[in-house]
Design a protein around this ligand. Structure first.
Ligand code: HEC
Length: 232
């Protein structure tokens, strides 16, 4: 049997063209993935909407870095779809996102110096989320407890996750550092904390350029302030 090399060459060419075209016009499949809402929240699961997204937006998606307007190196950190361009589900070591937050060189690491690196606890959380399949998941009950609100159990973790990306380091946003009990208690005492969480009294809504915290989380701040900002 005689091979017709013209046909083989032609089909190879078409194959290459189709392949190339499909790379260039990759459909935004992940963008269309709706969030998976879980009602029975598993304490061992890391939830994208309440744990990963706010942390990444506050640490990386800020003006001058990877917000929609700046997009350093074409990377935007804004929502699930944009974050998934840097993530390989189930495989942290093959995920650009994980690689850049764990680089040892502070100039190459994200966020780069002089900004602080993400804490080890936050890095672990992102690694766990990727290992768990990097889902667009959300925990419906938001673990919201308004009976036993404490600084260490409720207030500080929210501030770490939603605020410290901007309000820490040598040049914190709004000249306001929120990394210690006394700094947070001080912002509570002068009214700026609750005003910014609600976006009232002339304060910009915080976390800046993100979704407002859930009503329940804001209520937890109010209850903690009403109780006299205990360091508990
Ligand atoms: C993406 C960056 C960013 C995040 C995240 C962020 N902030 Fe801010 N914050 C700012 C900037 C910038 C200002 C300065 C005012 C402005 O630009 O509107 C500011 C101002 C403030 C102020 C007013 C300071 C003053 O006295 O004028 C408070 C209070 C505040 N933020 C609290 C918070 C809290 C609480 C969170 C977390 C729930 C948070 N911020 C998250 C960027 C951020």
């Amino acid at each position: 049997m005689k091979f017709d090399f013209r046909i083989i060459t032609l089909s190879l060419t078409i194959g290459t063209l189709v392949f190339t075209a499909s790379c260039e016009h990759e459909p935004d499949i992940v963008g269309a993935t709706p969030p998976v809402i879980e009602n029975n929240c598993d304490p061992d699961s890391v939830y994208f909407e309440t744990e990963v997204l706010p942390l990444l937006v506050s640490s990386c998606g800020i003006s001058g870095c990877h917000d929609a307007g700046t997009a350093e190196e074409g990377v935007v950190i804004r929502d699930y779809a944009s974050i998934m361009r840097e993530v390989k589900a189930g495989n942290p070591s093959d995920s650009e996102l994980f690689e850049v937050i764990t680089k040892s060189n502070p100039e190459k690491r994200m966020p780069p110096a002089p900004r602080q690196a993400l804490s080890q606890a936050h890095i672990d959380k992102i690694e766990k989320w990727i290992n768990q399949g990097a889902q667009n998941n959300v925990c419906a009950d938001d673990n919201c407890d308004t009976l036993n609100v404490s600084f260490s159990g409720h207030i500080f973790p929210v501030v770490q996750n939603y605020c410290q990306g901007c309000h820490s380091g040598s040049n914190p946003s709004g000249s306001l550092s929120l990394t210690s009990y006394s700094e947070i208690a001080n912002a509570a005492a002068n009214g700026s904390l609750i005003s910014s969480l609600k976006g009232i009294n002339g304060y910009t809504l915080m976390p800046k350029d993100s979704q407002k915290l859930s009503d329940c989380k804001i209520r937890q701040f109010e209850l903690w302030i009403e109780a006299g900002t205990p360091e508990n």
